[in-house]
Design a protein around this ligand. Structure first.
Ligand code: HEM
Length: 174
């Protein structure tokens, strides 16, 4: 069966690892009481991971626009192929929307984002308590929605591997 290219695999797994790490770190850091050095360090790491996801998302979308993925497995029902396409497009949407919402939320809180501690990213607007309260649930709910589709996506990949045994997961594995 036709496989994904090395570039497609690299971008796929880098983004997968980073969104899972940023997601778990996000849930952990907000629960740390008070303002401790560890909490501040985690917030910075979280933002850097998220901004990296955004850069990789741009690279992925540009790459994808020029390269067609391998065809759907021949024996899968049409509705499953359609569902896979819809979920893949939604995941593309989330890898942009989730980091952008985190970035806007940070600016809304009046904090500039300094990528890797060296590059201050554009401060697009001035933060206010109203904007902060507006963006906070947006970042949260985009994350929870993305998590749902990530679980569906990974669950479908595992079903292909262990139940259908059709090699669909293997073509994304090096
Ligand atoms: C793939 C990218 C990202 C993922 C998966 C992610 C995930 C999360 C999660 C799960 C939380 C916890 C939400 C809560 O329980 O309230 C969170 C919080 C937060 N995220 Fe992100 N995030 C991402 C990108 C970003 C980016 C790019 C920034 C800023 C540059 C950012 C800034 C924040 C901030 C400041 C919080 C803390 C919210 C608070 O203190 O109430 N995130 N993120």
């Amino acid at each position: 069966m036709e496989r994904y290219t090395k570039t497609a695999m690299l971008l796929h797994w880098l983004v997968a690892i980073l969104i899972i790490a940023a997601f778990l770190l996000g849930l952990t850091m907000v629960d740390i009481k008070g303002i401790t050095p560890t909490k501040l360090k985690y917030y910075s790491w979280h933002k850097w991971m998220g901004v990296t996801v955004l850069f990789l998302a741009v690279a992925r979308a540009l790459w994808r626009a020029k390269h067609t993925p391998p065809p759907h497995p021949a024996n899968a029902p049409a509705w499953q192929n359609k569902a896979a396409d819809v979920v893949h497009y939604l995941l593309y949407f989330f890898i942009f929307a989730v980091p952008i919402s985190g970035y806007l939320y940070t600016l809304a809180a009046g904090v500039p984002v300094v990528y890797l501690g060296v590059w201050q990213m554009p401060v697009l607007f001035e933060g206010t308590p109203e904007l902060k309260a507006f963006f906070k649930p947006i970042h949260y709910w985009l994350n929870m929605s993305m998590a749902l589709f990530v679980i569906a996506h990974a669950g479908a990949a595992l079903k292909h591997h262990f139940i259908d045994r059709d090699g669909v997961l293997k073509r994304m594995l090096p």
